[in-house]
Write a protein that binds this ligand. Structure first.
Ligand SMILES: [Zn+2]
Length: 282
């Protein structure tokens, strides 16, 4: 099983995690810029972080045969801190970098007017830099947050096929399916979504525009839950090819729209060391 985790925060993970992920079949991932827990007080802490997302972290991943790309943005939570507003000015420089495959995570945390403004500005940046957008939906008041998210995406003029709306569940999936946006699901050990519930959603909504991630971060999370979802799909009667579509070809298609996805190292047969894997298809 080859796995592309389309949303995982490796900054907060150890090298043991990289090792276990590689053993489980993870060959590529996208690390979105996010809130680091401790509030940042100025633009310098953001640029150092962004630099590590396009510099240090891809290097660390490469030591385990994993291809690393990033998405860059001012996250929704810190959009509310006036000290962080200056970050919007440095984004264009990062959105031109090779390893950056989308604008994100953008979207809502508490749905404040400041978040409205920063979200709209960053969707406009996605259009300007011809990048897809990765959109975070709020953990509280999810249905209303998702509806408002889809309205802002519509107003932005960004094509729905270039937008992934993430952290969905049974309550929010239908509206996003209808919008034409990609549907992202974060599989967590106890909150948000489990592998088994994910399998039910795939049965009901099909495999098109579906993205499954582990979103592993500082909280209780597990970078192997993408693999676990693949195993749950197989146990439920999905084929190897269907698992490959959800866990590999879909994220390749979504982020491939950036025209910056470079999977040449993972496509090389020697990178697989005899691991049985179907080639091609993307
Ligand atoms: Zn995230």
């Amino acid at each position: 099983m080859r796995i592309f985790d389309p949303h995982i925060h490796m900054t907060s993970r150890t090298t043991d995690d990289y090792e276990r992920m590689a053993a489980a079949g993870v060959r590529a991932l996208v690390e979105p810029a996010f809130w680091l827990g401790q509030p940042r007080t100025g633009v310098g802490s953001f640029t150092d972080y962004f630099d590590s997302l396009v510099g240090w972290e891809p290097y660390r991943a490469s030591q385990f045969g994993i291809r690393h790309h990033a998405t860059i943005a001012l996250n929704p939570k810190e959009a509310n801190d006036p000290r962080c507003r200056e970050v919007l000015g440095v984004l264009p420089r990062y959105l031109e970098k090779d390893g950056v495959v989308a604008v994100g995570e953008v979207g809502y945390d508490s749905m404040t007017p400041a978040e409205d403004e920063v979200f709209a500005v960053q969707l406009a940046l996605a259009i300007e830099h011809e990048l897809p957008a990765l959109v975070h939906t709020p953990h509280r008041d999810k249905a209303r947050g998702t509806a408002r998210t889809l309205a802002v995406v519509r107003e932005s003029g960004l094509e729905p096929g270039r937008v992934a709306v993430d952290h969905l569940n049974e309550v929010t999936v239908a509206a996003v399916a209808e919008s034409g946006c990609w549907m992202g699901f974060s599989i967590y050990p106890e909150t948000k979504m489990t592998a088994e519930r994910m399998v039910h959603i795939l049965r009901e909504y099909g495999l098109e525009r579906m993205l499954v991630n582990s979103a592993a971060d500082w909280g209780r999370s597990d970078p192997l839950l993408t693999r676990r979802t693949g195993d749950a799909m197989l146990a439920a009667g999905f084929t190897d090819d269907e698992v490959d579509k959800v866990l590999w070809r879909n994220p390749v298609e979504f982020y491939g729209q950036s025209k910056r996805l470079d999977l040449s190292t993972v496509d090389a047969p020697e990178a697989w060391n005899g691991n049985s894997i179907r080639r091609g298809g993307e």
